[in-house]
Design a protein around this ligand. Structure first.
Ligand code: AMP
Ligand code: GLY
Length: 424
């Protein structure tokens, strides 16, 4: 986001307020403040001190903490929804119930619980095909899926009891079968500008094995399509985002101004909702903002002014593949402190983004999470993948990445899986 803003034709002064120092972002900014991004006063005071005229909020925690509300009150317009609207991400139950109460298609069976009352009945009804979700934000650790993390009724009951004992509400829902994709839309409260659909890879290892992560990489296809999705699937997802934005405005009495991120599953019964996020996806944003050809700052202004209708968002028709390098042991026991050596000459069509890194002395070091993202673009997915993979291999050290993301073989597997799911 910092890069896309810095590249605007307006040549804005970019300010960043963050919990950590990211040298990639520091290089783009005229001011870089360190502090607690979930403390509204801290963010407002940084913005005021440097004369900010627009704010763009990245992660979910400040949105859930009401940082957008505080900035608006301080006269600083914000890309990123207010606290009540951000419930679309911060409460899984709220999102499901919003769809249900507004007659928006896409929900699987679901039920929200605050105690063990009635849990057994639902777990039995959907034996071996349920998903249990902590209702609140849990940094990707609050969701357990039958077959993946839950292998018996005891596992499921145990997880529910754990959530109850922590005082957390939770949702039990039907497990869906299909291929996942993300559809993000710029939204000014009324008009939505849809971005190309992206497929993320949450699992740590090749072939979608291993623990869940923040996302190991993502790809988009040529002409803004994904090879396993039909035009009808895309249209269904776009319609769900549009109806959700309208439902949110009605429910909360305020416009949703920001990025609305629908996490969907294409299934035999059409497109179903997995979850909503109230922000850009990571890594999906790296693909999308690399492909964005129109001016990001202009889109941000239109989001806060409510004039998105007059501002089209234009994306390149090229394909893109993004892969993260992560330290060995990530996500459970990552190595920390290893030096990160970046290539001086990047091949054509490749962009690097620094993530969990710090500068110690004069050395760039990994801090224990996803470290560097490499985005390759090309005339075909194959070309984008090869460019990305070749650049990833130029970065030495005890890091790993998923070499399968975006490969012809992996894409074919997705297409065949979808064909089997649709039974055609
Ligand atoms: P979430 O945090 O809601 O995105 O869930 C994390 C992951 O759990 C998703 O990316 C899916 O792979 C999986 N998941 C969540 N809900 C369902 C569902 N109803 N059916 C199948 N898989 C699901
Ligand atoms: N790519 C998943 C997320 O940003 O939550």
């Amino acid at each position: 986001m910092a890069r896309a803003l810095a590249h605007s034709a307006e040549r804005p002064r970019v300010l960043c307020f963050s919990g950590a120092s990211n040298p990639g972002i520091v290089a783009l900014c005229s001011e870089y403040g360190l502090g607690s991004i979930t403390q509204p006063e801290a963010v407002v005071s940084f913005g005021r001190m440097h004369g900010a005229t627009l704010a763009v909020i990245g992660p979910e925690a400040p949105l859930a903490a009401g940082v957008a509300d505080a900035l608006w009150e301080a006269g600083i317009p914000v890309v990123g929804p207010r606290q009540s609207l951000a419930r679309i991400e911060s409460s899984k139950g709220f999102a499901r119930e919003l769809l249900a109460s507004h007659g928006i298609p896409g929900n699987p069976f679901f039920q929200r619980f605050t105690s063990m009352d009635g849990v057994d009945k639902v777990l039995t009804q959907f034996a071996n095909r349920h998903v249990i979700k902590d209702d609140g934000l849990a940094g990707g650790k609050g969701v357990k899926v039958c077959g993946d993390h839950l292998h018996s009724m005891e596992d499921s009951v145990g997880f529910c009891r754990e959530l109850v004992s922590q005082g957390h509400a939770f949702v039990v829902e039907e497990k869906l079968e299909g291929e996942e994709f993300s559809l993000m839309s710029f939204c000014d409260g009324e008009t939505l500008r849809h971005m190309p659909a992206v497929q993320d890879h949450k699992r740590a290892y090749e072939g979608d094995m291993g623990p869940n992560t923040g996302g190991m990489g993502a790809y988009t296809g040529v002409n803004q399509k994904l090879p396993f999705l039909t035009d009808e699937d895309l249209l269904q997802a776009q319609t769900i985002n549009e109806r959700v934005a309208a439902a949110l405005a009605e429910e909360c009495g305020a416009p949703y101004q920001g990025i609305l991120y629908g996490g969907f599953m294409a299934t035999r019964e059409g497109v179903k909702l997995i979850e909503y996020n109230a922000r850009f996806g990571d890594p999906e944003s790296l693909n999308l903002l690399t492909l964005l050809e129109s001016d990001f700052l202009q889109t941000c202004r239109a989001i806060v002014n409510g004039s998105l209708k007059e501002v089209p968002a234009r994306f390149s028709p090229l394909a893109s593949v993004c892969k993260y390098l992560a330290p060995e042991g990530y996500p459970d026991q990552p190595r920390k402190g290893d030096p990160v050596l970046l290539p001086t000459d990047l091949p054509k069509g490749v962009t690097l983004f620094l993530s969990a890194v710090d500068v110690k002395g004069h050395t760039l070091v990994a801090t224990g999470s996803r470290t560097v993202a490499v985005v390759g673009i090309g005339e075909s997915l194959n070309e984008a993948e090869i460019r990305c993979e070749n650049a990833v291999r130029m970065i030495p050290g005890p890091f790993f990445h998923r070499s399968d993301i975006g490969t012809e073989r992996a894409i074919l597997r997705r297409v065949e899986h979808m064909r089997a799911v649709r039974q055609i």
